[in-house]
Design a protein around this ligand. Structure first.
Ligand code: NAP
Length: 398
């Protein structure tokens, strides 16, 4: 039985991971759980999965969590704050830590898990995008595995099984096209938060759903693919595939192309990250190609979705630039979700912050450099938008 710790247990990735654990109680058991704010759900998860340790990131929620499970016997260790989440990440005999925290908040807990010798089932892409220059050497040093749980990267990883070193030529990342794929570009200035949160194929957390609407999610995945699979940015391409049946493809040196297919269901890549290199039988709905119907493909529209190019440029610049891109995006998306800026302000914020970082880009950043770049970029977005906020509650940067 594999012992697992789950960070971000109350989110979309977290609850789907726990669905797998509850379906396969003889294969997986939970050692630790960590969440952000949601006391009620975390308490219910503690009751059901009986972890040895749990943490809530919001320190003021600890008393409520303690009260909610006070009748449990035995009691798990209960912690709070980022220090508590880090302790959960490195605790006990968990073999694999599933990183389902959203955003760069996952970076320090992921590093703690790696340093404690845990394998990482990586959903939290922001960790690798911001922290790639420090995370990858640590993975190497501690001899742990970085198993992709993002559906596209899981698809690539699955296709790569059995491909000899040097056999990979190109990666083709598929993209659904997000909420606005069929909207004319002229309507984008007016889109609302509710519009952006209507993803056509996947049910996910709010931040990644907005990232899908701007296609920044795909840009972030390009950087994630570069770090995970070592290909040059010119060999990582994006193709729009509205049906989300092909989760990504690889091209080999001889031009042979391999793909991984399935219904859009995140449990599949999560299960593979947990069972690799094994395969576990499931009774989940099997892919029926006739029911899936047409599988279509088109080129991404870079005019309509500037975030993709911003991500390629930040990835190619390397150093601390991807951390700046990621943090500016996180802050801009949070402001959009709070209805403080418009949808098209998201790429404008990111572009101007990345431009300002060019002269300060640190080629070989330490963890401190990355954390400083992250904080700087968030503050830059806040400052740029605060100045304008005084004029109108819903600002536009141009
Ligand atoms: N959802 C998907 O299908 C999907 C697919 C591919 C990749 N991913 C990636 O997986 C990650 C999670 O996405 P999601 O969609 O699951 O997000 P989500 O639904 O918003 O869930 C985020 C989780 O992170 C927790 N959290 C936030 N800050 C935390 C902190 N400082 N310490 C501990 N926990 C914290 C939240 O807790 P509370 O809710 O209690 O505040 C929640 O459990 C993201 O990096 C995303 O890009 C997601």
């Amino acid at each position: 039985m594999k012992a697992i710790t789950l960070l971000g247990s109350t989110g979309s990735i977290g609850t789907q991971t726990l669905d797998i654990v509850s379906q396969y109680p003889d294969q997986f058991r939970i050692v630790g759980l960590a969440a952000g704010n949601n006391v009620e759900m975390l308490a219910a998860q503690i009751r059901q999965f009986r972890p040895s340790i749990a943490a809530i990131a919001s320190e003021d929620k600890l008393p409520a969590l303690q009260a909610a499970i006070q009748d449990l016997n035995p009691q798990p260790i209960l912690l709070a704050g980022i220090a508590g989440v880090i302790e959960v990440a490195r605790y006990g005999d968990a073999e694999t830590v599933v990183t389902g925290i959203v955003g760069c908040a996952g970076l320090l807990p992921t590093i703690a898990a790696i340093e404690a010798g845990k394998d990482i089932a990586l959903a939290n892409k922001e960790t690798l995008i911001a922290g790639g220059p420090v995370v990858l050497p640590l993975v190497e040093k501690h001899g742990v595995k970085l198993l992709p749980a993002d559906s596209e990267h899981s698809a690539i990883f699955q296709c790569l099984q059995g491909v000899p070193k040097g056999g990979l030529r190109k990666i083709l990342l598929t993209a659904s096209g997000g909420a606005f794929r069929d909207w004319p570009v002229e309507k984008l200035p007016e889109v609302t938060v509710a519009d952006a949160l209507k993803h056509p194929n996947w049910s996910m957390g709010r931040k990644i759903t907005v990232d899908s609407a701007t296609l920044m999610n795909k840009g972030l995945e390009v950087i994630e693919a570069h770090f995970l699979f070592g290909l040059d940015y010119n060999d990582i391409e994006i193709v729009i595939h509205p049906q989300s049946i092909i989760h990504s493809l690889i091209e080999l040196q001889d031009t042979s192309v391999l793909a991984q297919l399935g219904w859009p269901d995140m449990r599949l890549p999560l299960l593979y990250a947990l069972s690799w290199p094994g395969r576990i039988y499931t009774n989940w709905e099997r892919l029926n190609l006739v029911k899936a119907g047409n599988l279509t493909f088109r080129e991404p529209d870079h005019q309509k979705y500037p975030c993709m190019q911003l991500a390629y440029a930040a990835g190619k610049a390397g150093g601390s630039m991807p951390a700046v891109l990621n943090a500016a995006n996180e802050q801009a998306v949070a402001l959009f979700l709070a209805e403080k800026i418009r949808f098209l302000d998201i790429p404008r914020c990111i572009e101007s912050v990345c431009d300002r970082h060019q002269n300060d880009n640190c080629a070989n950043p330490s963890l401190d450099d990355i954390l400083a770049a992250d904080q700087w970029a968030r503050q830059e977005v806040l400052t740029a938008t605060k100045n304008l906020e005084t004029h109108s509650p819903m600002i536009s940067l141009h």
